[in-house]
Design a protein. Structure first.
Length: 475
């Protein structure tokens, strides 16, 4: 077991104000793999003070200086890439292949995207006699989750650095090792002291004082809707900017003119990827009622083909869920689906056969689900797909939009038809025919899935204030 007991504040590794530790558990073995320190409001004060002191100088650096800094970070990250991927596998259970090809890869991808944006972005423009200037928002507080840890760190840190902000990061205490390695990358790349600061801790002791801190100008949070509400409330008294990327319960409409074998099987594999622990997972598959039996057969075969097991083993497609807390929540919701009368197609409660240790969940599919059932309303955040039959297209759209969430949507069918249906979904993203992610497209949600956008130019501009200099071009 390795210790990661220091915080990164003002360009140095420092001890916490008050010693308090937490074990990091490997969900595949249920054993501790590391130990971290848990911070307090006193540590937040130190980190925010460092970020505040660094802001005047860093915010006025040239575009060229920040381009060179992002390039140095990318090079330093690449050297630690395999180590970061291995850390993600050990602390949150993603299969090694997924960690290498997707989880760790997103760190480089977001920095590369923001590097190109920075090179071409115009921070000043004219409107009539006024000069419009875009300036860094200031000191930013970041709270990031465990499910796509480096992705969520990089999609906040990269644009904030690119525009000249300083920051304090509180990563998830459940999966913190990758963030510690990321801080080492930042140090090696020569990020100026105080510009980037890292504190480990939980929501009440670190997240709340960071959100309410009067010297923090913006909070960017990714996590549950419940926790996002707490961040907003804590931030309200200081009227700081708040960007939230929260939960989802994405509808996946399979139209009658879709290729059902491809659409249904692809949806199951997409749902079970990362053990279903993605906020934009296609968890509610809406299918024509007259073809539900056909869908059930395809979904059952696809789910039962998924290899679940040791995330470091060759060929593993799905590892464990992240923690005992998460495992118990998912088990309870699977049982709720059974109790409320949904048809259990495959999977169910308990571990998959042959696995008696680790937080492994059976890839589970329910059919004959109605949109008032708990498994259709609540974000399960596990490998559980629900199949909901619809009468006609109007019914499908109505069911899809009948949710408090609005992060992602999916429509599968003949392209022109799918685009028409997509225009009616009240979601921040819509994936047509299982289209993959686009780092230049905005990511974020409607309704209780949050506010603000990440990724690409929209994410870049979240960290900019707009100033009008009147009379700048007056004769």
């Amino acid at each position: 077991m390795k210790d990661y007991l220091k915080f990164y504040i003002d360009g140095k590794w420092v001890d916490p104000t008050t010693p308090k530790t937490l074990d990091v558990i490997n969900p595949a073995t249920e054993e501790a793999v590391a130990r971290i320190s848990m911070g307090s409001a006193a540590d937040v004060n130190k980190a925010v003070a460092a970020a505040k002191a660094a802001f005047p100088k860093f915010s006025t650096t040239s575009k060229k200086e920040r381009v060179e800094l992002l390039e140095a970070i990318i090079e330093a990250y690449k050297k630690r890439y395999p180590e970061i991927a291995a850390a993600i596998t050990s602390e949150m259970g993603a299969p090694s292949k997924l960690s290498m090809q997707a989880q760790a890869a997103m760190g480089v991808a977001h920095f590369a995207t923001n590097l190109e944006l920075l090179k071409n972005y115009e921070f000043e423009s004219d409107k009539g006699t006024s000069r419009i200037v875009r300036e860094p928002v200031g000191v930013c507080g970041f709270i990031t989750p465990w499910n796509w840890p480096i992705n969520q760190i990089a999609c906040k840190v990269a644009p904030a650095l690119a525009v000249g902000c300083t920051m304090v990061l509180k990563p998830s205490e459940v999966a913190p090792i990758n963030a510690y390695l990321f801080a080492e990358v930042m140090h090696e790349a020569g990020v100026p002291a105080g510009v980037f600061n890292l504190i480990n801790g939980d929501g009440p002791d670190v997240g709340a004082p960071l959100s309410s801190h009067p010297d923090v100008d913006m909070m960017s949070f990714t996590g549950s809707t419940r926790a996002g509400i707490l961040v907003s409330k804590a931030a309200a008294d200081t009227v700081k900017r708040v960007a939230l990327e929260l939960g989802g319960k994405s509808a996946n409409i399979v139209l009658d003119d879709a290729d059902f074998n491809k659409a249904v099987a692809g949806s199951v594999y997409g749902m079970m990827s990362n053990s279903g622990q993605s906020c934009n997972a296609p968890s509610r598959m809406l299918v024509p009622a007259k073809r539900q039996d056909e869908v059930i057969a395809i979904a059952k075969a696809a789910a039962e083909s998924i290899k679940v097991g040791d995330p470091t083993a060759e060929g593993t497609v799905m590892g464990p869920v992240v923690s005992e807390v998460q495992y118990n929540k998912i088990q309870g919701l699977i049982q709720k689906g059974i109790d409320e009368g949904a048809t259990l197609v495959t999977g169910g409660v308990g571990r998959p056969d042959g696995l008696n240790k680790g937080f492994y969940v059976r890839p589970t599919v329910f059919a004959n689900v109605t949109n008032d059932m708990t498994i259709a309303r609540e974000e399960i955040f596990g490998p559980v797909m629900t199949i909901l039959p619809y009468k006609d297209e109007e019914d499908a759209v109505s069911i899809a939009n009948d949710t408090v969430y609005g992060l992602s949507g999916y429509v599968q069918g003949e392209p022109a038809h799918a685009r028409k249906v997509a225009s009616r979904l009240r979601t921040g993203n819509v994936h047509l025919n299982l289209a993959g992610p686009d780092l230049n497209a905005p990511f974020g949600g409607y309704k209780q899935s949050g506010n603000g956008r990440e990724w690409g130019e929209f994410g870049f501009e979240e960290f900019l204030e707009v100033k009008a200099v009147l009379g700048y071009n007056a004769a």
